[in-house]
Design a binder for this molecule. Sequence first.
Ligand SMILES: [Zn+2]
Length: 449
Amino acid sequence: MTEPAAAPEIAASRPAAGPAPGTAPAPMPGPAGPVGHIRLTSHPSGGAPMAGATPPVVWGAPDAARRGPIVGTTLNRSHRNVIGTHSGSYGIYRALAVAAGSLKKAHRADLTDTSPTDIIGPHPSWFDAERIVSLDPFGAIVADAFREQIAAGVDIRPTIAVTQAHIELPEVKAAMQAGRMKADGKVLLENGSAVVTKAAIEPVWWLPGVARRFGCSEAALRRSLFEETGGMYPELVTRSDLEVFLPPIGGQTLYILGDPRHLSDPGVTLTCRVHDECNGSDVFGSDICTCRPYLTHAIEECIHGAQKGGVGLIVYSRKEGRALGEVTKFLVYNARKRQVGGDSADKYFLRTECVAGVQDMRFQELMPDTLQWLGIRKIHRLVSMSNVKYDAITRSGIEVVERVSIPEELVPADARVEIEAKLAAGYFSVGEVPGAEKLAQTKGRGLGD
Ligand SMILES: [Zn+2]
């Protein structure tokens, strides 16, 4: 067999020899030329802070000025006061854009006219270090709260954005045609559009508080984050003085039906769903689970609630496939459907555990932070059957009055396996808990069916 023609060119583009053992790698040639040597980790300033350095973050301080900005810029090392970079997982795309020469490393965001369309807070929870540990309560208003530092040249970026939108869902239009829903010209328009305020939230983790939520030491959390990301963030273990980490994960999107100011008023009826991402069902309508039917049912309930003078809230968290990721999820689907006896409710969790090592990696411990950011104290109607979500919400000090389950007719046939398995495992607050016989009898479609 002859060598592919391209092979010599690939080889020629590599350095002739790597650096000698124990020496630093040679400077990487970038689009704009060599960029100097690479520093593997920063060092605490020790003693007097450097001139122009950003003060450490004082999480839970009584006002924004004393809390200080979250600075994850890569433009000036002395300005940084956190571990990691902005934009969650999208920080990697930024790196790609810089490497490819399509983005100037020195670019700073022009925040003109980007301020929130609706004012959220401040609420007492913003100044309580333990009630919010995984987002920056001032993340939407950095342009105002830290105006002076920004004017002085510090690259401070919003981690929360609030805007307005119209959303059109076929399920809502069908409900209007069936006479279940009616346009009111305010929340729901004649053309079937629902009017929403929406907010996007990037994760900002205060490590001491995150560790306490999970009942581990901060040192154990830092070490695990360092090791399980393949050593991606050395400062997790070298900079105990930096307490804030911008993790490379997805955040939350909020959809608010009605007036966002009512969210913090326990006297206004709040309908709420906290939903974990499921791309296959949410977007593509896969029938193996109940995710999209549950989501659209909740949106319908939120619209109804807002039309009656209440307010509705959907919190959408990027935790695909129980936070195991879509590859793992699809592997589990195959394992479920190929096992002896086919897909059955009694083996539902076992198959996930065989592939992933755990049944579920979503951990709802941090989820209530978003509700706390909104100042929520009471949820009148929680559209969820999950005990794990309910427990996390009530543990955070929010009262839940009523739990609303999905109507039976909205459960797809193939999703019965999931529902029965979760009922048996005590996931849900409602519904008859199936016995072993019923679990074994609840079957899903085969792969080829
Ligand atoms: Zn799903």
